[in-house]
Structure formats: C-alpha cells, structure tokens
Design a protein around this ligand. Structure first.
Ligand code: NAD
Length: 267
C-alpha cells in the first residue's frame, strides 16, 4: 500500500492473547501496557481486585481483569480457562505475581519459617501452578510462550531477604525443568531477572528498612543503586524484554533467563 515499514513497524504481538499474573501493578501492569501496544489482548490476573479493575480500565478495551490468587490452584486454572473461553486460546502466560515477605527476615538465624512458607507459596507454588495450567491448554495446540519473573535475587545472595532469594532461585529452576519437557510440545518457557525498580513491592521493602522515609526519597535511593552511566532500570526495560520473549522473534529461545540489570550481576 506504499507504507514504509519504518513508518509502520510491525506489531510483534499482533492478535496474541496473554495472561499476566500480578498484572494489576508494577512490572506486570507496565508489561500489559507494552503487550497491548504490540497488538496483544491481555488478561490481568491479580489478587487485588480494586487495583486490578482500575488498571484494566486505564489500559483500555484490550485489557480485562480477573481476580486470581495464585496460591489457590483452582483460581489459576479458572483464570486460564477464562482467557481461553473468552478469547479462543492462550498464546502467552506470564507468571509474574510475587511478594518479597518481611524485610526483617534478613537474618537467617532469626528467620521465621512461616514467612518462608508465605513467600514460597506465592513466588514458587504460584508460578508452578501458572506453568502447569498454561501447559494444559497450550499443549494440545502445540505452541505458546510461558514467561516467569525471577530476579537478580535469583542469581546472587545478599540482595533480598532469604526467603525471597531462595524463591527466585527456584523460579529459574522451574523454568529449566519445564522448558526441557515442553520444548517437545512447541511451548517455550523463559524467565526475566530484573534489577531493583521502585514498584510498590520494593517501596514497601525499603520502607521497612528506612522507617519514616517517604516513598519518593525511597524511589530515589532505589534508582541510585544500579545507575549505569546515568540511567536506571525501569519497568519498561522489563516489559520490552517480555515482549521479545513472548513474540515469535524468540521462537528458538527457551529455558533462558534474560537478565535485565545493566550489568549489575555480570562481575
Ligand atoms: P508490585 O507489588 O507492583 O506487583 C505485584 C503484584 O502481584 C501486585 O499487583 C499484587 O497484588 C500481586 N500479587 C501478590 N500476591 C499475589 C497472589 N497471591 N496472587 C495474585 N497476585 C498477587 O511488584 P512488582 O515489583 O511489579 O513485582 C512483580 C514481580 O517482579 C514479582 O515477582 C517480583 O518479585 C519481581 N521483581 C521485582 C523487582 C523490582 O525491583 N520491582 C525486581 C526483580 C523481580
């Protein structure tokens, strides 16, 4: 039609159906926005229905909200089934919901194992439930991309509370384990390991450490942690990594951990 491809770049997720857990806020919401910009329809599945509904409204008609607590397997199964019944299929499942747990869990000799259970329940069991039910519906179709959010805390110790670090190491384990099997069925499984970004999860963590310090100051502190030549890690950096892994551009990429940290863990 005479359009130059530079003026009208192809949208990399045109027509794809994606479900994002923890999609109401932070990295999940930023990724939903980028997925939609790239042509996808997105189901935001989150425990927090108030924030989730508001986010879906802000994101427009290509976003839908479904309440889902990833620690309840039945709710994960229902969210996946809803995406399929409403949109015909599920192309991308992004298991992103996560919690950090109390910052006071830093000292291993003082570790409350109940906090460990809570964090593992959301970050590991919830992620595994998402992988399981995505594979259930993607398997018969023979294609799909499953993403999970790990963390730089899943690459080295000392960055987060022990339960969080352990949970994120385990998320990378889920990805390796599932990718090995699901490659036979045309399903790719990858994770993203972001650096620290001042989302509500991180602001809450740092507020426990810097008591009485306002959230704007905390965001400044967090942004200063990983500054690389004057730039900081932003939610959009994670969202763009997710677009790549979700898209057919990554058709031969599976079992991979895409680290988005400006080189922080590279030494
Ligand atoms: P966030 O608090 O903004 O978002 C997390 C979302 O998960 C919230 O909307 C929350 O309601 C939802 N959630 C929590 N428990 C849930 C449950 N049981 N079921 C369903 N939804 C639930 O935080 P974020 O930083 O955007 O976190 C998203 C993911 O990114 C998490 O897995 C987190 O560990 C990971 N991560 C964040 C950073 C960072 O610096 N922000 C860095 C590395 C990894």
């Amino acid at each position: 039609l005479g359009f130059s491809s530079a003026a009208h770049p192809r949208r990399r997720l045109e027509g794809k159906i994606a479900l994002i857990t923890g999609g109401a806020s932070g990295l999940g919401k930023a990724t939903a926005q980028e997925f939609i910009r790239e042509g996808a329809t997105v189901v935001l599945a989150d425990k927090n229905s108030q924030v989730g509904r508001k986010s879906a409204e802000e994101l427009g008609p290509q976003a839908h909200f479904v309440q889902c607590d990833v620690t309840v397997e039945q709710q994960v199964a229902e969210a996946v089934d809803l995406a399929v019944s409403r949109h015909g299929r599920l192309d991308v499942m992004y298991n992103n919901a996560g919690i950090a747990g109390p910052a006071s869990a830093h000292g291993i000799s003082l570790l409350d194992l109940a906090h460990f259970d809570q964090v593992m329940n959301v970050n590991v069991r919830g992620t595994l439930a998402g992988v399981k039910h995505a594979a259930r519906v993607m398997g018969p179709v023979g294609s799909g991309s499953i993403l999970c959010t790990a963390s730089v805390s899943g690459l080295m110790g000392g960055l987060g509370p022990h339960p969080y670090t352990i949970s994120k190491f385990t998320v990378t384990g889920i990805v390796k384990s599932a990718a090995g099997e699901l490659r036979q069925r045309g399903i790719r499984v990858n994770c993203i390991s972001p650096f620290v970004i001042p989302t509500p999860l991180v602001i809450d963590q740092f507020s426990q450490i810097y008591q009485g310090v306002g959230s704007e100051k905390i965001a400044e502190i967090v942004n200063g942690l990983g500054e690389m030549r004057g730039t900081k890690c932003e939610a959009i950096d994670v969202a763009r990594a997710a677009v790549y892994l979700a898209s057919d551009d990554a058709k031969f990429v599976t079992g991979h951990n895409l680290v988005v940290d400006g080189g922080f863990t590279s030494y």
